[in-house]
Unconditional design. Structure first.
Length: 424
């Protein structure tokens, strides 16, 4: 039986918001709101283009989908899950977050609860979002309405670690808010638990350091890869050997893109800067990771030259464009850096990714994808950029010649003495 005391509205139905709305709809009267009418239309037709929720699950859910503000005015819990990217200067872009806050401020009522899940820097909810709600609504925090922050931990494409079995950090603007947020989320994390923290700022900081820590660990192994390439040592073998020690963390080198790891550290460093501290280690890691695409492209070119392949007008196949394997998410994909650098050498590049819609790629990056006919050609170089499971089934010997360079960024291809396979 559903709890009728709360009527929930999830604002922003992307990778985070839609799975959240589906789960809440099992226990509460729930509305999913998005300003993107095409997104709402797709979901009403049981199509989730993010690939996170199956069509049958959408069809069988009791979720109300809308782009109409009037439909959600009766809700008393508003959960904001909009994107928080960075701009061209690598500064936090809070445009969507501010718009969503003002939107909620226009419809919020006394005694309502607003919860933020979007990743931000410590203090952002209290300093940027709440004042906008107060200004629009003429209501006051903790007197007229309450606020919570519970950072999202969605991992796109991951069918094992999901919303139900990941511990949920919860916080509130006061004790009453904290208990309300905790009670709400305790319902949907049925296979895990909630973890209460003492303030909105603690929850915000916990989220932003999760991905900053991963970013720095990957930067470390990326730097190892640069060193070991100079020493003619196989990085994967070194990591595999070191991983035999119980407390060694076997991070892998590679491209660091996506909407979290490659973005969140800049939120933390932004707040550090305005607080009077100039971060060094975090930004050094970011700089190294951001440059990996250019390094990989240059290494491929050098390998081609070493095989006496004429680089200009050579044919190169890039396998994968998403920021990670087995998901259609192309946000902040660093594969683009590899492609752009290779284009500087006047090479002919085909890009193949069965997980991505060609129209989306054209809109976001101005590129065209190749179809499966690319497997009828011979390439001078093949770059495995993303470890989609389909790519492990490709017969590379059929689309290469005896000098072709195969660069396996993800270190997932099996050893083949008949192929020139190189790893990061």
């Amino acid at each position: 039986m559903k709890n009728l005391d709360n009527k929930i509205c999830i604002i922003g139905l992307g990778y985070v918001g839609f799975p959240l709305a589906i789960e809440f709809s099992k226990y509460y009267k729930t509305y999913g709101f998005d300003v993107n009418k095409t997104r709402i239309s797709d979901l009403k037709n049981n199509l989730d283009k993010t690939g996170e929720i199956a069509s049958i699950t959408i069809k069988e859910s009791d979720l109300n989908l809308t782009s109409n503000k009037d439909d959600i005015k009766s809700c008393n819990v508003f959960i904001i899950t909009v994107p928080t990217p960075i701009d061209e200067s690598k500064k936090p872009d809070l445009g969507a977050l501010r718009s969503a806050s003002e939107f909620v401020g226009e419809i919020i009522k006394p005694n309502d609860l607003v919860i933020y899940e979007s990743t931000v820097y410590p203090g952002c909810t209290r300093e940027e979002c709440i004042p906008l709600i107060e200004k629009k609504s003429k209501l006051k925090l903790n007197k007229d309405f309450l606020c919570g922050y519970s950072p999202e931990r969605i991992n796109p494409g991951d069918k094992v670690n999901n919303l139900k079995n990941i511990t949920k950090i919860v916080s509130g603007s006061n004790e009453k808010a904290l208990n309300m947020v905790d009670k709400l989320y305790s319902k949907i994390v049925s296979e895990a638990e909630t973890f209460k923290v003492s303030s909105l700022e603690i929850a915000e900081a916990a989220k932003v350091i999760e991905n900053t820590q991963r970013d720095l660990n990957i930067a470390f192994v990326n730097e190892l890869a640069l060193i070991f390439e100079k020493l003619n040592i196989n990085t994967k073998e070194v990591i595999d050997a070191a991983a035999t020690k119980w407390n060694f963390l076997p991070y892998k080198p590679g491209l660091v893109g996506g909407h979290c790891i490659g973005v969140d550290p800049y939120y933390l460093t932004h707040k550090a800067d305005i607080s009077g501290y100039s971060p060094e280690i975090i930004l050094a890691g970011r700089k190294l990771n951001d440059n990996m695409g250019f390094y990989i492209a240059e290494r491929v070119i050098k390998l081609m030259i070493s095989k006496s392949i004429i680089v200009e007008n050579s044919n190169i196949l890039v396998l994968g464009l998403t920021f990670k394997e087995n998901c259609p998410d192309i946000r902040n994909s660093k594969v683009i850096d590899v492609i752009n650098e290779l284009r500087e050498y006047n090479t002919n590049i085909d890009i193949y990714d069965p997980w991505v819609d060609d129209k989306t790629v054209k809109n976001v990056y101005g590129l065209s994808l190749s179809d499966s006919s690319c497997f009828n050609k011979k390439y001078d170089s093949i770059i495995l950029a993303v470890a989609h499971s389909q790519f492990l089934e490709i017969k590379l010997e059929k689309i290469t010649h005896d000098r072709s360079v195969i660069f396996d960024i993800k270190s997932v291809l099996p050893n083949n003495r008949n192929l020139n396979i190189y790893q990061l």
